[in-house]
Design a protein around this ligand. Structure first.
Ligand code: ZN
Length: 313
């Protein structure tokens, strides 16, 4: 028991945990039916979004990418049912206990048989476990693990285990004044990427090019993924690119970073993709397809980084 916690607090916590534990084993969905059978258009959209060109997912005899397992069970905006589920009840209980925020923490999948176009998908979901109260950097709360068994034409095809943390957020503290302020982390420079950072010092973004098959690669690697050749030279990026994808960082806050901020995967005109910060627009104006141009940001006296400035228009 921590200082300041009364016997009544401890009792209330125990009572909450007892109620939370009563959800373990309760079904969250039973014999629910996927909105669509396994189908080629959804497979194609998934492969395009993931950049997955594996030939197993197209043509006659195609199978669905195994990692799509959960995609078939999703209810979309309209959901699967208007009935209150065990999940809704559990979340309401956690909300009432002050655990009003939620973050997905991890997911595990197990594949037992491939899904093929035409397969009818049904699924059962069960609340597998609710953890005792845990304290994390985000705040303290309970991990909820849900297991979903996915069936194709009545046969178990795979299992999807999904874990979330439902927590009471910690109040944001004002940043501690520090003499010089926290410094942004240094890049790890090694013999495989030394040339890249040498280029940055000269305000050049250098892309490796395999001298055997001419395939460009980024980030820097000791060998070619296309032909395995260890021989390479470099080409200098023109600096033109577009935002291919992006995230907005809110949590966890790192020293020297001021969230929220956007981190983008930029597709360069040369075809390779680079991760970097977007400058020149607010974080919520970053969009997929946004044209950007390379520039170099002096972060402090010892660090310059390539970043991407949103192009006007
Ligand atoms: Zn090559």
């Amino acid at each position: 028991m921590t200082a300041g916690k009364t016997a009544a607090d401890a009792e209330a916590e125990e009572e909450l945990l007892r109620r939370l534990k009563s959800f373990e084993g309760r079904p969250a969905a039973t014999a629910a039916r996927a909105k669509d059978p396994v189908n080629e258009p959804m497979i194609r959209h998934w492969c395009e979004a993931m950049g997955d060109t594996n030939p197993a997912y197209t043509g006659p005899g195609a199978t669905a990418p195994p990692t799509m397992l959960q995609a078939w069970t999703m209810g979309g905006l309209s959901g699967h049912t208007s009935r209150a589920t065990a999940h809704d009840e559990l979340f309401a209980l956690l909300d009432a206990a002050g655990c009003t925020s939620v973050v997905a923490t991890d997911c595990e999948q197990e594949y037992l048989r491939p899904l093929r176009p035409g397969d009818t998908v049904t699924f059962d979901a069960v609340i597998e476990s609710v953890s005792p109260r845990k304290t994390t950097k985000l705040g303290s709360g309970h991990f909820v693990t849900t297991r979903m068994d996915v069936h194709a034409n009545g046969e178990l095809a795979g299992t999807h285990r999904f874990r979330i943390l439902k927590y009471a957020p910690v109040a944001k503290r004002p940043p501690k004044p520090e003499a010089a302020g926290p410094r942004r982390p240094r890049p790890v420079v090694n013999r495989d990427n030394q040339g890249f950072w040498d280029g940055v010092r000269e305000h050049k973004l250098l892309i490796q090019r395999c001298t055997a098959c001419a395939t460009l690669r980024f980030p820097w690697l000791p060998g070619c993924n296309a032909c395995s050749s260890p021989d390479w030279d470099t080409v200098e990026a023109s600096g033109a690119g577009t935002v291919f994808s992006y995230v907005v960082m809110h949590h966890p806050p790192f020293p020297a970073f001021d969230p929220p901020y956007a981190v983008a995967l930029v597709e360069l005109a040369e075809g390779v993709r680079v991760i970097g910060n977007i400058t020149g627009v607010p974080y919520d104006k970053v969009r997929i397809g946004l044209p950007v141009r390379l520039e170099f940001l002096r972060v402090d006296d010892a660090l310059e980084l390539p970043v991407f400035r949103a192009e006007a228009g």
